[in-house]
Every structure is written in structure tokens, then in C-alpha cells.
Ligand binder design. Structure first.
Ligand code: HEM
Length: 245
């Protein structure tokens, strides 16, 4: 029997009431496990980018959003579009892609003036996470800070895949639901303009289940293309003719 149909069978059993072969405590536990199997994310269209994300908001109003390519699965690495939105009262907020603090990619985000800064990290123990170079980010439209919030939208290569202790790359199953972890602090980072800034320990951490399968879309590439930021317009003057770029 396939896992999905056995789950459906189990679910229909519970809609009929407590089966006679379970005592009340086991029934309650089994019901709770079924509830826990539901994802915490829901679909949301972000007005600024036109991207439809699977979105989760935690107890302090920090929102974590994901969009994936249509064929994302555990078979091969894939890029993701992530979006993090936080009240400005947070000094930093973070996303742990493996669902725990250590040995997985961490995306840390904070406000930097009118901009939002991201920092790619990996914790090698329960102390300030180190810089992590195996995840690369391209900042997209829908990134900045105002009086109330900071918001990062980015394409990430290497957020959904990372090497395990044996060096084998494992990839989050894009066709399934996955557990992530978050952390946040109201204490500002030491140097907001510096991606390598130090920062102090979280006020709190937590976990959620994200529906990756539902985050997949065949519009993924067009969303990336439509939200590319033209870095040449503010990094260097655009030249005409031979040096045009
Ligand atoms: C200066 C930075 C940080 C310090 C000093 C720090 C320190 C710690 C400590 C001491 C614990 C408790 C470990 C225990 O249960 O005994 C912990 C747990 C945890 N931290 Fe951090 N942390 C930092 C940054 C982060 C970041 C950026 C994340 C990203 C989401 C994170 C996610 C977690 C999570 C999810 C836990 C729960 C236990 C686990 O998953 O292993 N931490 N941290």
C-alpha cells in the first residue's frame, strides 16, 4: 500500500471516531500526530514581486516564504526564491534550512538603513555561526527596510542542499513537507552594513513545517527574471557602445 493511501485510510478512520482497538490516550496521541503532519505554511501572493509563495508567520510576526521550481525534489539540487519579512523591532531573524542550529545552511537577515542585509552562515557549535560560502544569494526586488519592517527577497543556490558529514550532498525533498527552524533577537547586530557582522544569541527559537510540494511552480524562472535587480544602475555607470553591459 502506498504511504499516501495508508495515510488517507488512517485519516478516514479518525473521522469515524475512536477505533475500538485504541484506548483514549493512544487515540489522542494519534490524532495529534495527524495534526502535526499538516504543514504550517499557506499560499500568499506577494504584491511587490507578484510571486506566489508558501508562507509561514511565527508568534512574533516574522514571515518565512518559499517558491520552488516545478520539478523540485530530493533527486537533485535546485534553487529557491526565499522571502523573509520581520518587524523592524527585531535586531536579526534567521532561517535554519535543516531544522536545527548546527551543520546546515542558515540565512540571517537584518535591517541596514533603507536596505535589508542577508548573511549566509553555518553553526559549527552553539556559538556565533561562521560564514558559509556554499550558499549563494542573488537579491531580488522586494528587498528593503522602512519604519515598520525589513524584508529580503532572494534567489538562493545552496539553501536547499548541503553536504552531510560524509560529504554526500543531501537535498530537501521539494515534493514533500519539510521541517525548518527559526531564531530571532531584538538586539541589533554589531555592524549592520557588514555581512560578516557578529551578533548575540537569540531571544527565542522555534520550528515549523513548510509545504515544499505546494511551493513549486512552473512560473519560477519568469518570477526570477521579472524581479532581477539591475545592479549596473547603482554600482557603476552604464556605458554605451563597446563597453555596454
Ligand atoms: C550568536 C549566535 C548564536 C548563539 C550564541 C547561539 C547559541 C545557542 C545555544 C546555546 C543553544 C542551546 C543549545 C541547547 O539546547 O543546549 C541554541 C539553540 C538553538 N539555536 Fe542558536 N545560537 C545562535 C544563533 C542561531 C541562529 C542564527 C540560528 C538560526 C535559526 C539558531 C538556531 C537555533 C536552534 C533552532 C536551536 C534549538 C536547538 C537546535 O536546533 O540545535 N541559533 N543556540
Amino acid at each position: 500500500m502506498k504511504w499516501t493511501s495508508s495515510l488517507a485510510g488512517l485519516a478516514s478512520l479518525f473521522t469515524l471516531g475512536k477505533p475500538s482497538f485504541l484506548n483514549s490516550a493512544s487515540y489522542k496521541r494519534a490524532q495529534m500526530q495527524l495534526v502535526a503532519a499538516q504543514a504550517d505554511s499557506t499560499p500568499v501572493e506577494d504584491a511587490e514581486t507578484g510571486i506566489t509563495f508558501q508562507s509561514f508567520t511565527n508568534e512574533v510576526d516574522v514571515t518565512y516564504r518559499l517558491a520552488l521550481p516545478a520539478d523540485a525534489s530530493a533527486e537533485k539540487p535546485y534553487d529557491v526564491i526565499l522571502q523573509v519579512i520581520s518587524p523592524i523591532t527585531n535586531g536579526w531573524v534567521a532561517w535554519a534550512w535543516g531544522g536545527s542550529m548546527t551543520y546546515n545552511p542558515l540565512t540571517v537577515v537584518w535591517a541596514n538603513g533603507n536596505d535589508a542585509q542577508y548573511s549566509s552562515r553555518q553553526a559549527l557549535g552553539y556559538y556565533t555561526p561562521a560564514m558559509y560560502e556554499d550558499a549563494t544569494y542573488t537579491v531580488l526586488k522586494g528587498t528593503g527596510s522602512n519604519a515598520t519592517h525589513f524584508k529580503l527577497t532572494a534567489l538562493c543556490t545552496g539553501c536547499a542542499s548541503w553536504p552531510d558529514f560524509d560529504g554526500n550532498v543531501m537535498t530537501l525533498d521539494g515534493a514533500s513537507q519539510v521541517n525548518f527552524a527559526y531564531a530571532y533577537s531584538t538586539t541589533p547586530v554589531d555592524e549592520p552594513a557588514n555581512q560578516e557582522s557578529t551578533f548575540s544569541i537569540h531571544d527565542s527559537v522555534g520550528h515549523w513545517t513548510h509545504d515544499l510540494a505546494a511551493a513549486r511552480s512552473d512560473k519560477f524562472s519568469s518570477w526570477v527574471a521579472a524581479n532581477k535587480v539591475n545592479t549596473t544602475t547603482y554600482r557603476r555607470p552604464v556605458r554605451i557602445g563597446r563597453f555596454e553591459y
